[in-house]
Design a protein around this ligand. Structure first.
Ligand code: HDD
Length: 758
C-alpha cells in the first residue's frame, strides 16, 4: 500500500477534514516532505474577512412582494477551506493530477479543467469607449432648492441618497494611462427611493457631434489606426485630426480639450456636466429646461502638458491612485450639483442659444448655476471588477421629475447604453449585479435570460392576469409612477437633416478662446501645435489651421508658427461674442486640502523638517519626505520615516517642493551620491543630479518652491534663480511653507509661464 499514491491522498483528505490542513503533507505526491524548510504562511484555517456593505446587494422583492432570499447573501467567499465552484473542499490546488510525478497530466483532472476554464473567461469585453476608469461610493445630500422645479424625491429638502461615481478617460484601453490628453467621463448613479437615476456626463460641457448617428465616426477616428493599432489613448494622430478638421461641429469640444481641461490634475478637481439640456417636471406638471453642473469644492485644476506626459510613464495610475488615497485618508472629495434653468419655450432656445444643440454651452454669466445638493465620495470600492468594471450606466435611467428633451445626441444615447451592456455584461440581467441593483423595491415582469439570478415567484408574469390576483398593479402619478411629460410634438415631415441653428460651428469656440487667460491661450496653442505636429499629412494640418483661423487669428498664427506653415485668413466673419470668465481656471484661489508637498532633505536640519511635516499635515495637505535612501533619517525619537528616496522621488508627484538646509546644517544634504546613471564627474558645488532634476522640473511646471537655511545653493545648482516668481527663501521651514501654501492656493505660479503673445 505504501506504493499506492491514491491511498495516501485519501489519508490526507481525511486529515484535512479533521482540521489538520496546514502541516506538511507527508508522502503526498508533489508535496514537500517533513524535511522541507518552514514557510511563512498561516498554518490554521481561518474564516475569510467579513463582507463589506457593497459586497452584497440591496434586497430585491419577488412579484408577490416577498424578499427572494436566494439573491441576497451573494458574498463570494465563505468558510475556512478552499473549495471548487460546487463547494467541494480541495486538498491541493498547486499540482495537476498526473500519472506519477513526472508523468502525463490526466484528462480526468476536473479541478484543473474548472480552474483554467474559469480563468480563461475572467476578462469581459472592455467598454467600447471610457474603458479606463476609477470609481467610488458616496452620498448625495439635497438642499431642496430644486423642489420648485422638480418632483424628484431625492432632490426634495434634506434627502440623503447613496451614489456610485465612475470617472474615466474616453479613448484609451483599460490598461492605458491616466494623464493622457482626453475628455474625462463623470458618471453618477443615484440609488434613489424612486429608482435609479444616472447622470452620465463628462468634464467638458459640450460634445463633438450633434447627432448620435455620428458617434461611431468620431470614435473610429479617435481610436488607434486600424492597421497597426497605434497610437494608444491619444488624439495626436492623423485620423482624429482628419475627422475633426472636416467635421467642424467638433470644433468647440476640440478646443476645450486642447485647453487645460484635457489634462486634469485630479478627478477631484474636475467639473462635471450633463451636457444635454434636460427637462424637469414639478408636482404641478410644470416643466423647466435645465443643464446639470458638478462644481468641485477644490476648484478646477490641471496638469501642464510636459508634466502629464512624464506622469504617463512614472505613474500611469496617477488619477486612480489620487482618488483612492484621498478617500482612504479621509479627505473626501466633494462636488456641488447645480442647475442652469431656462424656460421650456416652444423654440427650446435661451438668449438665442439652441438648447438642443449639445455643442453649445449657455454662459454662466447669462444663466447662473444654482446649487441644489452636495455629493461626498467617502468609500473606495472593495472589488474593482465587481463594482467599477460591472457598473452599468444609462442615460435612460430616469426618475419621476427628470425627463429628456429632443436633443438628437441624447436620443441615440438612450438606445446605445442599454444595448452595449448586453455584449459587455453578457445578457439582459445586468441590473441584478450588486452594484447595479436599485435600492427601491423591484417588481418587474422581466424573466429568465442569461445570468438570471433572481428566483421569481408567482405564475403570471404578464398583465392583465387573474392568477396572481392582478398583481403587480400599475401606479398613477400619485403613487410615484414615471409619466413622460406630455410635450407637444410639432407636425413635421420625416427627414434626415439638422436645423439651420446647428450650422454655426465657430462662435462658441471663439467665446471659449476669448475667455481664456494669456497663459491658458499659450497652453492651447501648444496643444494644437503638438497634436498637429504628430500628424503625417500636411493637408490635415493645413485644413485644421483653416478651422483655427475661423476661431481667432491669434490662435491660428501661434499654431501656424509652431508648425512652420503660413496662417490662412478666416473664411467666415469672426463672431462678436462676449467672453465667459467662468470658463477660465486662472485668477482665483482655492483650498489646498489634499495637495502633496515634497520635503527634500539630505539629512540637514531634521528639527526643521519635522516641524514642516507637522505644519503640512495641520494644513490638511500630504507631506512626503524625500531623502537619499529609504528607511529613516535621524535617530531615536527624532527619527523621521522617509517616504521617497532619490531613486523613487520624481517632481510630478508633488504640488510644491521644499528644500531643507545645506551641509553646513549637518547631514550630507544634496552632495552627489553614488549615482550610476550619471557617471560624468560633477563639478564643484554640484548637487545630486536627481535633486537638481526634481527642483528644475518643479520650477518648469510652475510649482511653488521653498528653501531655508542656505538651501539657495541647491537652487543655484539646479539652475533656478532664487528671486524667480514663486521661489521662497525663508529663515525656517515653517516660514517657507507658510508662503508656499499661499502660492499653492492659486494652483500654479502662473507668472512663470512665458506668454509671448500677451
Ligand atoms: Fe457615452 C460610455 C459620457 C455620448 C455611447 N459615455 C460613457 C461613459 C460616459 C459617457 C461618462 C462611461 C460610463 C461608465 O463609466 O461606465 N457619452 C457621454 C457623454 C456624451 C456621450 C457626456 C455626450 C454628451 N455615448 C455618447 C453617444 C453614444 C455613446 C452619442 C452612442 C451613440 N457611451 C456610449 C456607450 C458606452 C458609453 C458605447 C460605453 C460603455 C457604456 O456605454 O456603458 O454605450
Amino acid at each position: 500500500s505504501e506504493a499506492n499514491p491514491l491511498k495516501r491522498v485519501a489519508h490526507k483528505v481525511t486529515e484535512t477534514l479533521q482540521g489538520d490542513g496546514g502541516g506538511p503533507a507527508e508522502g503526498i505526491p508533489g508535496k514537500p516532505g517533513p524535511e522541507s524548510p518552514p514557510v511563512a504562511e498561516p498554518t490554521e484555517p481561518r474564516e475569510p474577512l467579513p463582507a463589506k456593505p457593497d459586497q452584497s446587494g440591496p434586497d430585491t422583492v419577488s412579484p408577490t412582494g416577498q424578499p427572494t432570499g436566494a439573491d441576497q447573501a451573494r458574498v463570494a467567499q465563505s468558510g475556512s477551506y478552499l473549495t471548487n465552484a460546487q463547494g467541494t473542499r480541495l486538498y491541493d490546488t498547486d499540482h495537476s493530477l498526473k500519472a506519477g510525478p513526472r508523468g502525463p497530466v490526466l484528462l480526468q483532472d476536473h479541478h484543473l479543467r474548472e480552474k483554467v476554464m474559469h480563468f480563461d473567461h475572467e476578462r469581459i469585453p472592455e467598454r467600447v469607449v471610457h474603458a479606463r476608469g476609477a470609481g467610488a461610493h458616496g452620498v448625495f445630500q439635497s438642499y431642496g432648492t430644486a423642489a420648485s422645479v422638480t418632483k424628484a424625491g431625492f432632490l426634495a429638502a434634506d434627502v440623503e441618497t447613496p451614489v456610485f461615481v465612475r470617472f474615466s478617460t474616453v479613448v484609451g484601453s483599460r490598461g492605458s494611462s491616466d494623464t493622457v490628453r482626453d475628455t474625462r467621463g463623470f458618471a453618477t448613479k443615484f440609488y434613489t427611493s424612486e429608482g435609479v437615476f444616472d447622470l452620465v456626463g463628462n468634464n467638458i460641457p459640450v460634445f463633438f457631434i450633434q447627432d448620435a448617428i455620428k458617434f461611431p465616426d468620431v470614435i473610429h477616428a479617435a481610436k488607434p489606426h486600424p492597421d497597426r493599432e497605434i497610437p494608444q489613448a491619444q488624439s495626436a494622430h492623423d485620423t482624429f485630426w482628419d475627422f475633426v478638421s472636416l467635421h467642424t461641429e467638433a470644433t468647440h469640444h476640440t478646443i476645450f480639450f486642447m485647453g487645460d481641461r484635457g489634462i486634469p490634475r485630479s478627478f477631484r478637481m474636475m467639473e462635471g456636466f450633463g451636457v444635454h439640456t434636460f427637462r424637469l417636471v414639478n408636482a404641478e406638471g410644470a416643466t423647466t429646461l435645465v443643464k446639470f453642473h458638478w462644481k468641485p469644492k477644490l476648484g478646477v485644476h490641471s496638469l501642464v502638458w510636459d508634466e502629464a506626459q512624464m506622469i504617463n510613464g512614472i505613474d500611469p495610475d496617477f488619477h486612480r491612485r489620487d482618488l483612492a488615497d484621498a478617500i482612504e485618508a479621509g479627505a473626501y472629495p466633494q462636488w456641488e450639483l447645480g442647475i442652469q434653468t431656462f424656460p421650456d419655450n416652444p423654440e427650446q432656445t435661451f438668449e438665442g442659444i439652441d438648447l438642443l444643440d449639445p455643442t453649445n454651452i449657455v454662459p454662466e454669466e447669462l444663466a447662473p448655476v444654482q446649487p441644489i445638493g452636495l455629493m461626498t465620495l467617502n468609500r473606495n470600492p472593495s472589488n474593482f471588477f465587481a463594482e467599477t468594471e460591472q457598473v452599468a450606466f444609462h442615460v435612460g435611467h430616469l426618475v419621476p421629475g427628470i425627463d429628456i428633451t429632443d436633443d438628437p445626441l441624447l436620443a441615440g444615447r438612450l438606445f446605445s447604453y442599454l444595448d452595449t451592456q448586453i455584449t459587455r455584461l453578457g445578457g439582459p440581467n445586468f441590473p441584478q449585479l450588486p452594484i447595479n441593483r436599485p435600492h427601491a423595491p423591484v417588481n418587474d415582469m422581466l424573466r429568465d435570460g442569461m445570468h438570471q439570478t433572481a428566483v421569481h415567484r408567482g405564475v403570471a408574469p404578464y398583465r392583465p392576469n387573474s392568477l396572481d390576483g392582478g398583481c403587480p398593479f400599475v401606479a398613477g402619478a400619485a403613487e410615484g409612477a414615471y409619466i413622460e411629460a406630455p410635450v407637444r410634438v410639432p407636425e413635421a415631415t420625416k427627414v434626415r437633416d439638422a436645423p439651420e441653428s446647428f450650422a454655426d460651428h465657430f462662435s462658441q469656440p471663439r467665446r471659449f478662446w476669448l475667455s481664456m487667460s494669456p497663459v491658458e491661450r499659450e497652453h492651447i496653442i501648444g496643444a494644437y501645435t503638438f497634436e498637429l505636429g504628430k500628424c503625417y499629412e500636411q493637408a490635415i494640418r493645413e485644413r485644421t489651421l483653416q478651422v483655427l483661423a475661423n476661431i481667432d487669428p491669434e490662435l491660428c498664427a501661434g499654431v501656424a508658427e509652431g508648425l512652420g506653415l503660413p496662417a490662412p485668413q478666416p473664411t467666415v466673419p469672426l463672431a462678436d461674442v462676449a467672453p465667459s470668465p467662468a470658463l477660465s481656471q486662472v485668477g482665483r484661489t482655492w483650498p489646498v486640502e489634499g495637495r502633496v508637498v515634497g520635503i527634500v532633505t539630505g539629512g540637514a536640519d531634521l528639527e526643521g523638517v519635522t516641524a514642516v511635516r507637522e505644519a503640512v499635515l495641520t494644513a490638511g495637505m500630504v507631506p512626503l519626505v524625500v531623502a537619499p535612501t529609504g528607511g529613516t533619517i535621524g535617530s531615536g525619537g527624532e527619527a523621521l520615516t522617509v517616504q521617497r528616496s532619490y531613486v523613487t522621488a520624481r517632481s510630478v508627484e508633488f504640488d510644491a517642493v521644499l528644500l531643507a538646509g545645506t551641509p553646513e546644517m549637518g547631514g550630507d544634504a544634496y552632495t552627489p551620491r553614488d549615482y550610476k546613471a550619471a557617471p560624468a564627474p560633477l563639478g564643484p558645488g554640484a548637487i545630486d543630479p536627481r535633486v537638481s532634476l526634481l527642483v528644475s522640473e518643479a520650477f518648469r511646471h510652475g510649482k511653488a518652491i521653498g528653501v531655508w537655511a542656505g538651501g539657495e545653493t541647491a537652487l543655484e545648482a539646479s539652475g533656478v534663480p532664487a528671486d524667480a516668481p514663486g521661489v521662497v527663501v525663508a529663515e525656517s521651514g515653517t516660514a517657507a511653507l507658510a508662503r508656499v501654501t499661499e502660492l499653492m492656493g492659486s494652483h500654479r505660479v502662473w507668472e512663470r509661464f512665458t506668454t509671448p503673445r500677451g
